[in-house]
Design a protein around this ligand. Structure first.
Ligand code: SAH
Ligand code: DHB
Ligand code: MG
Length: 227
């Protein structure tokens, strides 16, 4: 099995299930032109996020890590009419590209890109009474994932779904002595989520255009209803 095969299969999936979309293509093109790293979710994962938002009936979505707004566009398309998404981005250049991509997609009214370190924006959101969020997508600096999960619970409610990206990292997460901050943060996220009294979770491994990785999904419950 090879990455070329996984990529060909992603192409097969996209050709059959995910119609070409001008706003999404333009978001990728503009992000690349602006020098943003090519690390947005794949189209197949983007559509998955949209479906999750639909299933959840999301009225409010929180995203941590905007980049060029690609995943935000997918998520915002899954909102109920009149719903809103707040996405947090530390890099002002990324945020500017994202705002332009989101406006081009016709989503400027429902999406707010908030610039700044997420660990400053999250308390500000809480203080402003933002939330409760129905769905959270965590996809920023992986070292802070445990903090972001805790904030997502705080800003959520019973029934909130939390999705964390990049939790497999080609298996690097298996190394308990890794010096990689992303690996360490991800491993601490598993420990936190696995022992959290209110979270029921799993993680799903994925292969595709972005290699071997995975995402974690956690449901916020009232105290510890696990089966
Ligand atoms: N969700 C995006 C990809 C996000 S890439 C998509 O799929 O389209 C990760 C983003 O998180 C980058 O833009 C990076 O600048 C941002 N980031 C990194 N550290 C951050 C922090 N402390 N607070 C907020 N954003 C951060
Ligand atoms: C990286 C970050 C991501 O969120 C991702 O999906 C893939 C790669 C990275 O920082 O390399
Ligand atoms: Mg990611």
């Amino acid at each position: 099995m090879s990455e070329a095969l996984w990529t060909n299969i992603d192409t097969y999936i996209e050709e059959r299930l995910i119609p070409q979309d001008d706003a999404l293509l333009a978001a990728i093109t503009a992000s690349r032109a602006a020098g943003l790293p090519p690390i947005a979710v794949s189209a197949a994962h983007g559509r998955f996020l949209q479906l999750i938002a639909r299933v959840v009936g999301a009225r409010r979505i929180l995203e941590v890590g905007t980049l060029g707004g690609y995943s935000a566009i997918w998520l915002a398309r899954g909102l109920v009419p009149g719903g809103s998404l707040v996405t947090l981005e530390i890099d002002p250049d990324h945020a500017e590209v994202a705002r332009s991509n989101i406006a081009r997609a016709g989503l400027a009214a429902s999406v707010t890109v908030r610039t700044g370190p997420a660990l400053e924006s999250l308390p500000a959101l809480a203080a402003a009474g933002g939330g409760p969020f129905d769905l959270a997508f965590i996809d920023a600096d992986k070292a802070n994932n445990p903090n972001y999960v805790e904030w997502a619970v705080r800003l959520g409610r019973t029934g909130t779904l939390i999705v964390v990206d990049n939790v497999v990292r080609e298996g690097a997460i298996l190394d308990p002595s890794s010096r990689d901050d992303a690996v360490r943060g991800t491993r601490r996220t598993y420990e936190l989520v696995g022992s959290h009294p209110r979270l029921v979770a799993t993680a799903i491994q994925t292969v595709g255009t972005k290699g071997h990785d995975g995402f974690l999904m956690a449901l916020v419950t009232d105290s510890g209803v696990r089966r």
